[in-house]
Design a protein around this ligand. Sequence first.
Ligand code: ADP
Length: 324
Amino acid sequence: MNIIHVNQVRKQYQNHLALNDVSFDIEKGSIFGLLGPNGAGKTTFIRILTMITAPDSGYILFNNEKLDSHNIADIGYLPEERGLYKKMKVGEQALYLARLKGLDRDTAMTELKKWFIKFDITSWWDKKVEELSKGMAQKIQFITTIIHHPKVLIFDEPFSGFDPVNASILKQEIINQRNNGATIVFSTHNMESVEELCDSIVLINNANIVLDGKVKDIKQRFGTSLYNFDIEMFDDYNQNIVEEMKHKVDDCLIKDGHLSGKISLDKYLGESYSNVSDKHLKAETTNMIVNDLIKIGNIVTFNEVLPTMNDIFIKTVTANKEEK
Ligand code: ADP
């Protein structure tokens, strides 16, 4: 089920089209990546979703109803540019922000204390914000973003400014929030975290969506049709089949009773295998290869070499530039 449905959303600034009738869905309880190069239109979309600005045309449905000011409490937003009052004390400020989110004083105090203990930062309560490092300030803002249990959490570059240990704590907390039912929208240039966390993505480039779908499906779509394999050979393996196989695979290696290498579908078929998007042909060919391999030994590994999300991002954005 979708929690957010974006329909033909358009936003034009004076002389710049920031979103060109974009449409997509965000599934409830998923981690959704909003990706794109600088200037693509991501922040514009976030500003529309958080109702800071309105679209020129198009609309957003939130839980199947038109997004409306009463949804403000349903959405937590951690912007990339974070603003805390430097002279205020950390605890005081966290309390103030939690109250702004609609929590009464007692609940806000209880929740904040819980989080300060969890993040092991109780000693910060009486410090001034200006004494905090960027990462420390981010932790405070993270807490005040999620404290009122919003249904949708938007994080803009949440890991920037964090050391690896704290980034990992934050990552785990994002997953916890999702496991507790929240939907996460996060905007980032860090493709490793996309690979690790996101269920689905949209890639926006020059105000248009150039790629969208589940990360798993997108990676398959960009599949190389090159397979890594490793077989533990039978003691009485058929020499002839192995000899034949050697001509068909790249980086063929026989070592410690194992045969390994890389199989490219077109080379294996001995003809041009160009239609990688033809799922049936691909499945038939891989089945045929597996059938050959099991005559030699037990399959330990057989998997397609898939591009990283970083490769896919660069490839799509560059291709898009060339088309223009
Ligand atoms: P992203 O977040 O993907 O980097 P933005 O949504 O911030 O991109 O910006 C998309 C485009 O719209 C950019 O070219 C930016 O310069 C332009 N833009 C953003 N906000 C404004 C504004 N308030 N007035 C004019 N142009 C804007």
